[in-house]
Each structure stands twice: as C-alpha cells, then as structure tokens.
Design a protein around this ligand. Sequence first.
Ligand SMILES: Nc1ncnc2c1ncn2[C@@H]1O[C@H](COP(=O)(O)OP(=O)(O)OP(=O)(O)O)[C@@H](O)[C@H]1O
Ligand SMILES: Cc1ncc(CO)c(N)n1
Length: 269
Amino acid sequence: MPIRTAVPPRVLTVAGSDSGGGAGIQADLKTMLAHGVHGMSVITAVTAQNSLGVQGAWELPVDAVRAQYRSVVDDIGVQAVKTGMLASAALVETVAELLAGTGAPVVVDPVGVSKHGDALLAAEALDSVRTKLLPVATVATPNLDEVAQLTGVTVTDEDGMRRAAEEILAFGPRWALIKGGHLPGDAVDLLTDGSAEHWLRAPRYDNRHTHGTGCTLASAIASGLALGQDVPTAVESAKTYVTGAIRAGFALGGGIGPVDHGWRTRRTD
Ligand SMILES: Nc1ncnc2c1ncn2[C@@H]1O[C@H](COP(=O)(O)OP(=O)(O)OP(=O)(O)O)[C@@H](O)[C@H]1O
Ligand SMILES: Cc1ncc(CO)c(N)n1
C-alpha cells in the first residue's frame, strides 16, 4: 500500500448544522470530500431540520465560534474558507472580523432563508452582512431572494442579474456570483468582477430534490480555490459539480430531498 506523503489543501466552512444532512455544514463537508480537500468546520448554529423544513434553530455563543476558528486556523491552517448560515448580527460581525485577518480566499454564501422559507438570518443582521461580511469576500454567491434582501433589486431576467451584480459588488466583494436558480428556464448564473462577465448555463433539471444546492455550490468553489484554481475556473467546475448533484438528487422524507454529493462515484452513464 502506498503511504500518502502529500497533504491535501484544507478548507474551512463557517456555517450552521442541518440535522437532515442535505445543506449547511453537512453539505459542505461532503462537497469537500468529493473534491479531495480536507474539510473543517466552525459551527455557528444548530438547526433541527429535515425535508419538510426547519423545526428549530439555536445559535452558538460568539466565544464558541471564535474558539473553533482559532483552534483550526492556529494549528492546522486554511487554504480557503466558505461561510453559510451566520444567524445573527453578532455572529456575522465576529466572523467578518476573524476573516479580515486570513490571507485565504473567502466564499460568502449570504444565507437568508431556507428552501422552505424559514429564516436563517435575523433581519437586523442584513446591514452587518452588507458592511462587514461582503467586504471581506473573494466571491459572494447570493441567490435572487438574498439579492432582493440585500439590495432591494427584484431580478426577473438576465439584465436584472447584471444590475444585481453591480449592486452586490458595490458592497466590496472581489467577485459576485448571482445565482439565477430561482428563475424559470435554464439554470443561469452570472459571475463578474465588474469587468469580466462569465455566464454559466446548465439545463434545469425538473427535480424537486434541491435541498442544499447553494451550500454545495459555494463549498465546491472554495475547494477549487484551495486547489489553486482561479475564480472563473473554480466557479465553472463548481457549477458542473452542483448540476450533476442536482440531476442525481433523490427523495428522502416527505418533502424536498437532498442533492447527491457523491454522484461522481455513483454515475454509470
Ligand atoms: N432545478 C435546477 N436544475 C439545475 N440547476 C439548478 C436548479 N436549481 C438551482 N440550480 C443551480 O444550483 C445552484 C444553486 O442555486 P440556488 O439558486 O438553488 O441556490 P440557493 O437558493 O442558495 O440554494 P439553497 O438555499 O437550497 O442552499 C445555481 O448554480 C443554480 O443555477
Ligand atoms: C443550516 C443551513 N444552512 C443553509 C441552508 C440553505 O438552504 C439550510 N437550509 N440550512
């Protein structure tokens, strides 16, 4: 048996736990495993969640979040970070302050509500996301509901996605990835840094089992960045990964099932 000598890149997710295993920390770590990086976690909140919705949510104390972050970063080190559910203004500000000191690229998924419409971020935290968190992001990945919450822009078409990207970039992230997954038609996303524009197009799969798509996409981007890819390359390969995972999504429970993070190891065609 060969003995491993190379150490895989390390990727940190700062996010909430989804007991159902489809989104949040659980989706992030599965995505990282699928990309061959070493996944680590700072848990910000615990949700009681399944295919039907979010039955409860409890955020962790700021000190617990700080301590987890220091444990990971001071000893193991990180090559990329992804943030997801941050729950409160206090946690958003704490995480933003911690990330301002990291030299690693940061993918911010500004999680606002779950697929079922359950709030995962307090309304009074939106301003901290705009002024503290987005400025430290290498890539921000809002869906169209999060765009509306953060900028007031209602997107109905691809021109609207351009306007949304400008507004998001004005908060300070280096790149904006506007996810058009909630529009009808093909699943079209726009990646831009204000000059280059990359449109990512994939067929829309008529699959209701899409729990955790946003977490999966953002973690795949962070994994690509940790592997040394540039932002457009990491986003393109993450889009391919999430599209395959949605295509292979499966029914679990009585509601919206998860995407299949392991689709590449299971597909035969
Ligand atoms: N039915 C679908 N078929 C193919 N691609 C999809 C579909 N739904 C979403 N996508 C793609 O999945 C990715 C995630 O987008 P989406 O808008 O679903 O994120 P999200 O709402 O943040 O997800 P979640 O809140 O469940 O984590 C995007 O690349 C989007 O285009
Ligand atoms: C914990 C958690 N994070 C993110 C999402 C995004 O949908 C979710 N449903 N649950």
